[in-house]
Write a protein that binds this ligand. Structure first.
Ligand SMILES: NC(=O)c1ccc[n+]([C@@H]2O[C@H](COP(=O)([O-])OP(=O)(O)OC[C@H]3O[C@@H](n4cnc5c(N)ncnc54)[C@H](OP(=O)(O)O)[C@@H]3O)[C@@H](O)[C@H]2O)c1
Length: 347
């Protein structure tokens, strides 16, 4: 009798476990399918062209002279194009890149195309927390706008000497530390803004507050880790907006744009989609709009944008919403890293 009860219990647990795995897989297929259909309609070049019909041409007619912009990962792709547009409008632009030669080439190109010589190169690998803090300590300029654009999708698990996984260190930790450390540089600005380039890929992921750098993932999946990081950027932006009401925070999705990152990190996707991808100026449009448009500033702080419009951070019925407690746990982990690395002995 006892044996039968035990068997029944084990059987029930087995069925529950299989149902749970099945439900997880079904949900993952559901999210991926809904997201891809949405992407084909909205994230492509034709999606941009359709959205652009509603843009107000006047929004970007802004003189940026006297304003200072810092853009990470601005030696190529979307970031470089955003830097070009800000320099074209007279802004002082700080290119923060890990490769000095590539950054200097981008700087020379931007100067020659815009005639604006207030474009400066700074070398920083944002995946290195102590370097991020040291960089900010030596950054003597005032700032109006920070664009957290640098990002990566690394397909193998690489841990640094601090135990930080490469994607997480770049997309989440570097972005958080740089933003927090630069907040003091906004003090003289009448219109401080922070824009973080996330990704629509985050719609496929629920925040994993307990395991944000995916240590428990059995088979490392760079795409999934990247999407988890990009979800983290959304939560981070919402929480920073609440904590710092004097700064206007936004996150955004650039759509699917033809850039070196897409070609190298997602070659299959690139080959299938190359004729439908956005140009880098289409991908950068919303970054520039969020950085300079008066209309962007009228939107509440902390929102997620696509084609100059605030959009939902969740797909319908996708079960990706995190609880306030989960978000507190996630932010506490970032704060712990901030306290660990933001020390005078970093100098
Ligand atoms: N293109 C798209 O379809 C798409 C879609 C969604 C989101 N995004 C996001 O858009 C942003 C820009 O990417 P992109 O598509 O324009 O690709 P990209 O041209 O390859 O630009 C990525 C930039 O990030 C830099 N970077 C990467 N890791 C870095 C680090 N540790 N320290 C400093 N810089 C680092 C890269 O430097 P190196 O040149 O030295 O590698 C490069 O300048 C990323 O955040 C990406 O996740 C892009």
């Amino acid at each position: 009798m006892l044996c039968n009860k035990r068997s029944l219990l084990l059987l029930s647990l087995g069925v529950a476990a299989i149902s749970w795995i099945y439900a997880e897989e079904t949900m993952s297929i559901y999210r991926g399918t809904v997201w891809f259909i949405k992407g084909m309609r909205e994230y492509t070049k034709s999606g941009y062209e359709a959205a652009a019909k509603k843009f107000n041409e006047e929004d970007l007619k802004v003189d940026c002279t006297g304003k200072s912009y810092l853009i990470t990962g601005s030696n190529s792709g979307i970031g470089k194009h955003a830097a070009l547009e800000l320099a074209r409008r007279g802004g002082t632009v700080h290119l923060v890149c890990r490769n000095k030669t590539a950054a200097q080439e981008a700087c020379d190109e931007i100067k020659s195309e815009t005639g604006n010589n207030n474009v400066h190169v700074h070398v920083l690998d944002i995946s290195k927390p102590r370097d991020v803090i040291r960089f900010v300590q030596s950054f003597t300029h005032e700032l109006d706008v920070l664009v957290n654009n640098a990002g990566c999708m690394v397909h193998s698990r690489e841990l640094d000497e601090n135990g930080l996984e490469k994607n997480f260190a770049t997309n989440v930790v570097g972005t958080y530390l740089l933003t927090k450390a630069l907040l003091t540089k906004f003090e003289g600005s009448s219109d401080p803004r922070v824009i973080t380039v996330s990704s629509g890929g985050m719609l496929n992921q629920k925040l994993d507050a307990e395991d944000p750098q995916c240590d428990k993932m059995k088979t490392f999946d760079g795409r999934q880790v990247y999407s988890q990081n990009k979800r983290g950027q959304i939560v981070m932006t919402e929480q920073l907006a609440k904590a710092h009401p004097n700064v206007h925070f936004s996150s955004m999705h650039p759509g699917w744009a033809d850039t070196p990152a897409v070609r190298t990190a997602m070659p299959d996707f690139y080959n299938k989609m190359k004729d439908r991808l956005r140009t880098t100026d289409q991908g950068a449009d919303t970054i520039v709009w969020l950085a300079i448009a008066a209309a962007a500033k009228k939107q509440p702080s902390g929102l997620f944008f696509q084609d100059r419009t605030p959009v939902s951070t969740h797909l319908p019925l996708a079960w990706t919403k995190s609880t306030p407690q989960e978000e507190t746990v996630f932010m506490q982990k970032l704060e712990d890293l901030w306290h660990k690395f933001n020390r005078v002995d970093c100098q």
